[in-house]
Design a protein around this ligand. Sequence first.
Ligand code: XLS
Ligand code: NI
Ligand code: NI
Length: 433
Amino acid sequence: MTDFFKGIPQIRYEGPQTTNEFAFRHYNPEEVVAGKTLAEHLRFAIAWWHSFAWPGGDPFGGQTLQRPWFGDTLDLAKLKADVAFEMFDILQAPFFCFHDADIRPEGKDFAENTRNLKTIVDYIGEKMTGSNTKLLWGTANLFSHRRFMSGAATNPDPEVFAWSAATVKTCMDATLQLGGQNYVLWGGREGYETLLNTDLTQEAEHAGRFLQMVVEYKHKIGFKGAILIEPKPQEPSKHQYDYDVATVYGFLKRFGLEGEVKVNIEQGHAILAGHSFEHELALAASLGIFGSIDMNRNDYQSGWDTDQFPDSVPEMARAYYEVLRAGGFTTGGTNFDAKIRRQSLDPEDLILAHVGAMDVCARALKAAAAALEDGGLEAQRRARYAGWETAEAKAMLGSDLASIEAMVREKGINPEPRSGRQERLENLWNRFV
Ligand code: XLS
Ligand code: NI
Ligand code: NI
């Protein structure tokens, strides 16, 4: 045991009336809602990078957080893992997620990176045998080190492509070893700063081939989890290729991967792309590529990826409504890709940020489940399209423009607009949140 979280009790459900800060007020992991426990619905995961590796910097200032495990040695990386598993236990967290660079010290070359990764993955594997926390997904950090400044798979330098492919192989091996349920690729530097030096065509070809290799390797090693792309429109590059769900789907189709790869959708990224979170979720479900979510929020004034913890039940309820309509998570879950503010120095801040966020998500999920169970919204959605249930309307889709023109003349078709009932539906929705 380390003493980092000394005095902080394990968080338990005490109900909405409790005034105990160190308790769940809404997240009762065992509570059954719509046929599953809240733990099974929500599948919460802790992000290693934000919670244990982030030093608290911003563009104008450096490190604010001083953690006893900061430093590039294997012993400190093990201490970091010890503290991580203590936090998972305090929160009863079902899952965690990691990048290679979050968990291992940076080596002087590829061989040392791989050795370091193996040592720490073995160590984490041992810790997992005595813990209830599982791995939701692993990934490779192909964006922080200076070698990736012009991209990883899309880098003009084939040596960077090679380094990146080799690194992803080691991270997929690590994810398999730890029983991970998904493998994520966020194209951190896959984009451009200026079109003046960029060959869009060639970069897309390389990115497509890279992803095919990932899928080939997944089958080769018998990894049963899902491969997930995480879309994001801007930041860090001026333009990111995996802009949003629609763009990623087009890319997957182009390279024949739409049946192999799904998406990990992040709240803040959806907003940066000019969409709502629920739009991205609904679209992914409709395209058959919904995988998992990164839960967070951005500050609505600052306009960049501030990765704060979610605090809005009504907004999250709209998101979970789409998750439930999509049939819920299979391999995916709710990963808190969120960090405390740089002034939140205390160990308690780290714990309570997660407690609050888990409660917000639980309330949102329960509201969404109640709205879905009520059925009123879905009945009205279906009623709006009821005209298409007639044989005549269906036959029209197999017809052609000239025949439809003849039909419109013959029948004297002259459509009368009908209310979309938006406010009435909003009122109905608001009964549940
Ligand atoms: C950054 C991304 C990143 C991915 C994992 O904006 O959200 O944290 O989730 O590489
Ligand atoms: Ni993000
Ligand atoms: Ni993310």
